[in-house]
Write a protein of this length. Structure first.
Length: 426
């Protein structure tokens, strides 16, 4: 199997086989650092190995420079760029330390965030390297300041663990290693191109993957979610964010076509399509599903640079909803999602009920609605709200769809990922 970052003709024709091999090794070692993040000794061992492998990429490239036209002039420009990069300078020094002297001086820290839809408080603390993450969560939860220590209903505590090096205090170590990999990946890519060879990055399964301009592989773009634990403050229960790809087998697809009449609906679900037009095309299909099944599961369409992917979302209570949207926000950052469409069945109520402290599902004037929301990374958002009622037999009677140009507050973590000013949204 090919590792990510390996070219399609690596085994036979690659002009820089040893350089390419070291780059692939550093990617694998990066994942081993991630896998041992909560194992102090394992983390140190893999960190040292990853640093050495990354530093060896340029050593090996210089050993194979005969394959690259005008290597010295070309590489001199890259050398100057690396000298101006604090992470690459640190990598050079760190390699000398771990090979010739001792382990790096590292520090285990954590950033705790109390939140619902919005971040309400941030707490930074040092963690003893051997302290289990679960114990750290319990410790933080019991030492929160007012008002969070007494009013915990529906609040979530998210704790992100971070390893940092004393010589590079502003960078989380996995992010620093990923950045270094990205720089080296771009150097290796350019070296291949100068040698007349096409450099393609691939997943371990063999499929092509799109690489951002900074050279990092998609799996290395953000690790915050993997390094984060979430608990419900009310009872300390660990929150499991249940969202999974929405897929149907051929038999299921055929049954759905027959049941809902999918063949009658034209949905232009293409990357080039206008998300708002796609949402409007999905609306009648969502209505058909609701009327047939008497319910509609919560699903979210995410547009990546390559395709639309679909997620089925399930949250049992408000705390899980708050945790889930944070998880989705991190995934949106990793996949470079620039638009989303969400379809769900919700409860709605009046402003007076909200002011009285009653949630829509508990309100005296609660009503059901089918909602299709479309939002894009430039800050545009639109909601298609269709109120409905059920008769004695449970049959659905839909009312006229209302179109509202406003952003629901629960999307705040996603808007933050997109760089949209949450405080100015509706």
């Amino acid at each position: 199997m090919r590792a990510e970052g390996q070219s399609t003709e690596f085994e036979v024709n690659c002009p820089l086989p040893n350089t390419h091999s070291r780059l692939s090794q550093s990617h694998r070692l990066w994942h081993q650092v991630l896998e041992t993040y909560n194992d102090h000794e394992g983390f140190r061992a893999n960190l040292n190995a990853a640093i050495e492998a990354l530093r060896n990429v340029t050593f090996m490239l210089q050993n194979e420079k005969h394959a690259i036209p005008e290597f010295d002039r070309w590489y001199a420009e890259w050398r100057e760029k690396m000298k101006a990069d604090p992470v690459m300078l640190w990598l050079c020094e760190a390699r000398t330390i771990v090979v010739h002297n001792s382990d790096l001086e590292t520090q285990s820290t954590a950033i705790a965030t109390v939140h619902n839809n919005l971040s309400l408080a941030h707490i930074s603390l040092e963690l003893p390297p051997m302290l289990p993450f679960d114990t750290a969560c319990e410790l933080v939860a019991t030492t929160l300041p007012e008002p969070f220590s007494s009013n915990k209903k529906d609040l979530v505590l998210s704790i992100e663990r971070r390893w940092v090096a004393k010589q590079l205090p502003d960078w989380e170590l996995l992010e620093a290693l990923a950045h270094a990999y990205g720089v080296l990946s771009n150097i290796v890519k350019e070296a291949h191109e100068r040698a007349g060879f096409r450099f393609e990055s691939r997943h371990c399964s063999g499929g092509k993957c799109s690489i951002p301009t900074d050279g990092r592989l998609p799996c290395m773009i953000t690790t915050a979610e993997i390094r984060t634990a979430r608990i419900a403050l009310a009872d300390g229960a660990s929150l499991v964010c249940r969202q999974r790809p929405f897929q149907m087998k051929r038999e299921q697809t055929m049954k759905a076509v027959k049941r809902y009449g999918f063949d009658k609906f034209k949905v232009p679900l293409t990357v080039e399509g206008d998300p708002f037009h796609i949402a409007e095309s999905l609306l009648p299909l969502a209505k058909q599903i609701l009327q047939k099944d008497k319910y509609h599961v919560r699903i979210m369409f995410l547009r990546t640079p390559q395709q639309w992917t679909i997620r089925q979302i399930d949250a049992r209570d408000r705390a899980e909803k708050y945790a889930l949207i944070r998880t989705l926000a991190n995934e949106i950052r990793q996949l470079h999602v620039d638009a989303l469409i969400e379809i769900s069945e919700v409860w709605m109520s009046s402003v007076d009920e909200f002011k009285a402290g009653r949630l829509p599902s508990e309100a005296r004037d609660k009503k059901e609605a089918l909602v299709v929301i479309v939002a894009t990374s430039d800050g545009n958002c639109r909601q298609y709200i269709t109120m409905f009622k059920r008769n004695m037999l449970g049959q659905i009677k839909l009312e006229k769809t209302e179109v509202v140009s406003s952003t629901p507050s629960y999307l705040a973590p996603i808007l933050e990922v997109w760089g949209v000013n949450v405080s100015t949204r509706g």
